[in-house]
Design a protein around this ligand. Structure first.
Ligand SMILES: Nc1nc2c(c(=O)[nH]1)N[C@H]1C(S)=C(S)[C@@H](COP(=O)(O)OP(=O)(O)OC[C@H]3O[C@@H](n4cnc5c(N)ncnc54)[C@H](O)[C@@H]3O)O[C@H]1N2
Ligand code: MOO
Length: 400
């Protein structure tokens, strides 16, 4: 039997020499989930001027502790006039602090008398200089770094860009993926099953994960168990895609053609990994394209996608946070032991005051997709290990 290769070696071979794709300029409105190719420097102060954090009264701190005439009314969206010393101004949340004022008191602490010509407010004396003033540039200062290259544009980053009045950004082109589902038994979910057939559940599952990881699916084909067709479709995939993903057909059976077709067209870098599920996973290249040959079992595809496809897509996007999944330690609510293969167990995480508890789905067989349904994480049980209930186990958090 071929020696099993470690997951670390496999990742190293897979990611070696991957270069980020071309850069394209796109509208921020269409940039959700994309990865910045250039750093962005702030060009505006945010907020652009000192403004009030409360509905209340703005004044000079030295004037507090007495009745003050109300000399102005400032609402958000309007430029204020300078404060007349010895007066206060009525101000609302977001309203710009008038030049000369340095402090805001919330209205609940102020007694106001509003008569036609003589509006006055009593400002308490126990207030602190600068209270309730949101300083210009407190969030972002013009000229400082705003977002680093490699940042994935999620909600807060998109908000930040808009705050700067930026409408277009340079992002990496999404890696193009060809997804080839092998197996004579595989049929589309729209078809009813003849004896011996099963529906293609891997395709929609992987499509969704690829979308979450930021790739673009450019080719989806069913590949019958036939060497010549496998070869032809792999060749076509290599022309169209940066990454070729195959499912099934990588084990040792006579109808497992992917590995041989890969060897005939390109290079097989690694095969037979010390992981469960996913042992027969094959990694290689056809021309410039990387190939990840996932075993057909749905759980092997699910785990393989998180362990290999996510970092691979992350490398094409030069996105550092995609290189590894966030890790956390949990107490196992189960007992298990491993032999030569590291086990990636699908677990649900429970966050308790005593710490995190990992609950494993009872049936961890690689054909049982139910085990992935509620999985928050993969608990990684190393090779040749006995893990007892209550023992500590490292978990990979399944987050894109
Ligand atoms: N003699 C040995 N047999 C097997 C070994 C071994 O070492 N020696 N390894 C086993 C392991 S572990 C795995 S994993 C599987 C992987 O085999 P393949 O990658 O060649 O996958 P297939 O045989 O094509 O399919 C496996 C299983 O998954 C079903 N499948 C395939 N594609 C899909 C799909 N798109 N959607 C849903 N289900 C799919 C397929 O029908 C099979 O049941 O090999 C073991 N055998
Ligand atoms: O290594 Mo295969 O992916 O179970 O069960």
């Amino acid at each position: 039997m071929a020696e099993l290769q470690s997951v670390e070696r496999a990742l190293e071979a897979l990611l070696k020499d991957v270069k980020a794709g071309d850069v394209e300029r796109i509208d921020c409105e269409a940039a959700a989930g994309r990865v910045l190719a250039e750093p962005v420097t702030a060009r505006l102060d945010v907020p652009p001027a000192d403004n009030s954090a409360m509905d209340g009264y703005a004044l000079r701190h030295v004037d507090a502790g007495q009745w003050l005439p109300i000399s102005q009314r400032i609402v958000a969206g309007h430029a204020p006039e300078s404060l007349t010393p010895g007066t206060c101004v009525r101000i609302f949340t977001g309203g710009e602090i008038p030049p000369g004022a340095d402090t805001v008191v919330m209205q609940e602490r102020v007694e106001a008398r509003v008569e036609a010509q003589d509006a006055q407010a009593h400002i308490p004396g126990d207030i602190t200089l600068g209270d309730n003033v949101r300083r210009r540039g407190r969030d972002v200062e013009a000229g400082t770094p705003l977002l680093e290259a490699g940042t994935r544009l999620e909600a807060a980053a998109l908000g930040h860009l808009a705050g700067q009045g930026i409408t277009q950004v340079d992002v990496y082109r999404r890696p193009r993926v060809a997804l080839l589902s092998t197996g004579d038994e595989i049929v589309d979910p729209s078809q009813s099953l003849a004896p011996g057939q099963i529906h293609n559940s891997n395709r929609p599952m992987l499509s969704r994960l690829l979308e979450r990881f930021g790739a673009e699916l450019v080719m989806r084909e069913h590949v019958p168990d036939d060497f010549a067709t496998t070869q032809r479709l792999l060749r076509e995939a290599a022309e169209r895609a940066d990454i070729i993903i195959t499912t099934g057909g990588v084990s040792v059976g006579e109808e497992d053609h992917v590995k041989h077709a890969l060897e005939s067209l390109g290079q097989l870098d690694l095969w037979q990994l010390a992981m469960r599920p996913g042992k027969p996973l094959a990694l290689g290249r056809v021309g410039e394209a990387r190939l990840v040959g996932l075993p057909g079992n749905p759980v092997s595809c699910f785990v393989g996608a998180w362990v290999y496809l996510r970092p691979l897509i992350g490398a094409f996007l030069a996105c550092p946070r995609m290189a590894t999944l966030p890790r956390l330690w949990a107490r196992a609510a189960f007992t298990t032991h491993t032999q030569a293969r590291r086990h990636y167990m699908r677990v649900r995480l429970e966050f308790t005051p005593e710490g995190v508890v990992a609950h494993a789905f009872a049936d961890q067989n690689s054909a049982v997709l139910s085990s992935c349904l509620e999985a928050d994480a993969l608990a990684v049980v190393p090779e040749h290990t006995t893990l007892n209930e209550g023992g500590r186990v490292e978990c990979l958090w399944l987050t894109d």
